[in-house]
Design a protein around this ligand. Structure first.
Ligand code: GLA
Length: 384
């Protein structure tokens, strides 16, 4: 993986926008629960300057592609020749569309983009890109808006323009990252607070290299199962709005009201929400072993109840757990591919990375990117 960026032009707007890793609280945001992500020190880096005409011109350096589209044909999702926008450019166009829907001024822009975040690996490269463009348009437009609003606008772009039915966690985390801190986020009340990461630990990310091709359809099926659980439970618990409102005990008492699969999906969610709350206490008390055990419980629940894991992710997790200095490991993000996150004693991190890389290569015959990262500041204009 690249650690250095290709040089970007010295234009007046420079934005750094981090990816995110989710430490705990998986498949919980769209159930209005609590999550615990962190922005990481892998970034989308964007240089931009205003254009006088109502045009957007973007050069994606890593992909060696350039695209131009008009701000007057956003609804068509086409470039200036009427061709469909390439996938990556749809995110930028979607942000322009959603900002405009929100009544904000969106001006012509020229941008160059590069990134050292792996794409499609579950580290929210798309949210990072969205927030980078949102901030660039904010700088050009000169308007002010709350960070949470910006995250919501980017989520709206993804839901209604790109067509991915994601929750708010990724855009929230990219927008609000705090160095050396995890972010406790209540997705219903939109309140959050930073929590210091355990001292002398490293966050190690291991990329299975499996792109999440089926992720979108599997993700939507899981969302539907959660909605079905709420609809079925409403017959006896009329006041619930989301699985957030159901305790593990209430769910168990009503096991007969749900089909078996729906019950298991819901059980993951309600337990996972409890785990996030317990994890906050662990972080506050610097109880790293207990925090790590919650990560492992989360993985096993995602594997057995939510069925969002894969053999490669299970192997990475189980191998990690056999190693010295590993407090906990789990798949992170939507699952069905992508990465695992590992919490490792700082002094063991390099041996851990080397061993896990070799073990994965031996088992699956291919290389994987494994790297340690630091919780980082959210999307920002460089120098501000
Ligand atoms: C993806 C979505 C998020 C969240 C996670 C699962 O990353 O974009 O909103 O639902 O999956 O926790």
């Amino acid at each position: 993986m690249k650690s250095n960026f290709p040089a970007l032009p010295d234009w007046e707007i420079q934005v750094k926008s981090p990816g995110r890793v989710n430490l705990l609280g998986e498949h919980v945001d769209y159930n209005q629960g609590m999550v615990l992500p962190a922005a990481i020190d892998r970034f989308v880096h964007l240089a931009a300057r205003p254009l006088a005409e109502r045009q957007v011109k973007i050069q994606a350096l890593d992909l060696e592609q350039t695209v131009r589209f008009s701000l007057d044909s956003l609804d068509e999702r086409v470039d200036e020749n009427g061709e469909r926008l390439p996938n990556w450019a749809v995110y930028a166009a979607g942000v322009a569309w959603a900002l405009r829907e929100h009544g904000l001024e969106v001006n012509g822009l020229q941008a160059m983009v590069t990134s050292n975040l792996p794409m499609g690996a579950g580290l929210s490269s798309s949210a990072a890109l969205e927030l980078a463009f949102a901030l660039a348009w904010q700088a050009v437009g000169g308007w002010q808006i709350e960070r949470m609003q910006l995250a919501l606008i980017c989520q709206r772009a993804e839901n209604h323009y790109v067509g991915v039915n994601c929750g708010l966690m990724d855009q929230f985390a990219c927008a609000h990252g705090v160095a050396r801190h995890a972010l406790f986020f209540d997705t219903r009340h939109l309140i959050w607070r930073p929590l210091p990461m355990p001292p002398k630990t490293a966050i190690v990310i291991a990329d299975s290299g499996i792109q999440r091709q089926l992720a979108n359809s599997a993700y939507n099926q899981r969302r539907q199962a959660c909605e079905k659980a709420v609809a079925d439970l409403k017959q006896v618990l009329p006041n619930i709005r989301a699985l957030r409102d159901v305790s593990p005990q209430q769910l168990r008492e009503n096991v007969d009201r749900l089909d078996e699969t729906t019950f298991r999906r819901a059980l993951h969610v309600v337990n996972e929400i409890e785990r996030v709350q317990q994890a906050c206490v662990c972080l506050e008390n610097e109880d790293t072993p207990a925090f790590g055990r919650l990560l492992v419980e989360s993985h096993r629940s995602l594997r057995d109840l939510f069925e969002a894991s894969l053999a490669e992710l299970d192997f990475l997790v189980e191998t990690a757990l056999q190693m010295d200095g590993c407090y906990g490991a789990r798949l992170t993000g939507a699952g069905f591919g992508g990465c695992t996150v590992n919490l490792v004693r700082q002094e063991c991190a390099q041996d851990f990375i080397d061993y896990l890389r070799d073990a994965y290569q031996r088992q699956f015959g291919r290389q994987t990117a494994i790297f340690s990262c630091q919780p980082s500041r959210g999307t920002h204009i460089v120098g501000k």
